[in-house]
Ligand binder design. Structure first.
Ligand code: SAH
Length: 242
């Protein structure tokens, strides 16, 4: 069983809760022409590194997450960003209000297809969505890797598959690009790994805790081995006019 206290301890005090980097956030933002101060809903914001980057570029961002710990961490960094505690499945957001729905490393929680179909309702006519989604980057995915992802996230597909899904959900693709490999390490795995290793000793003998920590370390090992075959891809899209 996952030890959620241990999980939250590993993940506390980090700038991010998934792969990403400021340059990629900016690159995606520049692909959108939504005026000077677009209204953005950042869904699954976590501690909000991308939220703060968007705000620094002039956007008017509302940050939504389920977990108050992350919202508190974001507030400590920038008390001026409005926070919303809520579930992305039924977010307490006004329909038809936002220029952009943003979500880095979080859309998999609802599933790419389902979330795109749901979140469009919060956009103004012709609004935009920018998300990162874990994606196959090669045609010949090794078995071990395929089994790992298909047990945890069976909907994982390649870029063409995701572009097809987003078109079918009523969006026009404006661009996509993979996150650089370093954005998995710098603010994410490089922080998690030494923490998880140190906690392995602290919690030795505690089965659930060590299994939880080992799962974190195994995920990093898998990425080191197979990063040519999968990665996060940014997808930027515009909602079709009705
Ligand atoms: N966007 C951030 C966090 C990504 S991790 C970043 O890139 O750093 C995924 C985030 O989704 C976590 O912060 C987690 O707390 C949040 N989350 C998980 N389930 C959720 C739900 N049902 N509704 C809203 N947020 C959720």
């Amino acid at each position: 069983m996952v030890d959620w206290d241990v999980f939250m301890k590993v993940h506390s005090g980090m700038a991010r809760q998934g792969p990403g980097d400021d340059a990629s956030t900016e690159r995606a933002y520049r692909m959108i022409d939504a005026g000077d101060a677009p209204l953005i809903a950042d869904i699954g914001c976590g501690p909000g590194m991308q939220t703060r980057k968007l705000a620094s570029m002039g956007a008017d961002v509302f940050a939504l997450d389920f977990f108050t710990q992350y919202l508190q961490e974001l507030r400590a960094e920038d008390p001026s960003i409005p926070l919303i505690q809520g579930d992305m499945n039924s977010p307490p957001l006004k329909t038809g209000l936002f220029d952009i729905v943003w979500s880095e490393g979080a859309i998999y929680i609802m599933g790419f297809k389902h979330a795109l179909r749901q979140w469009g309702r919060y956009l103004k006519e012709g609004g935009y969505i920018a998300v990162t989604e874990v994606t196959w980057l090669s045609d010949d995915t090794p078995c071990e890797l395929r089994e790992f992802w298909e047990s945890g996230y069976p909907a994982i597909t390649d870029i063409e598959g995701n572009l097809k899904t987003l078109r079918e959900a009523g969006y026009e693709p404006l661009g996509h690009f993979p996150l650089p490999e370093k954005s998995w390490y710098e603010d994410y795995y490089d922080i998690i790994r030494p923490k998880a290793e140190a906690m392995m000793e602290e919690y030795s003998g505690d089965d659930d805790a060590t299994k939880t920590l080992q799962a974190e370390l195994d995920e990093i090992t898998l990425f080191e081995k197979y990063s040519d075959f999968y990665g996060y891809v940014f997808y930027i899209m515009r909602k079709d006019s009705a």
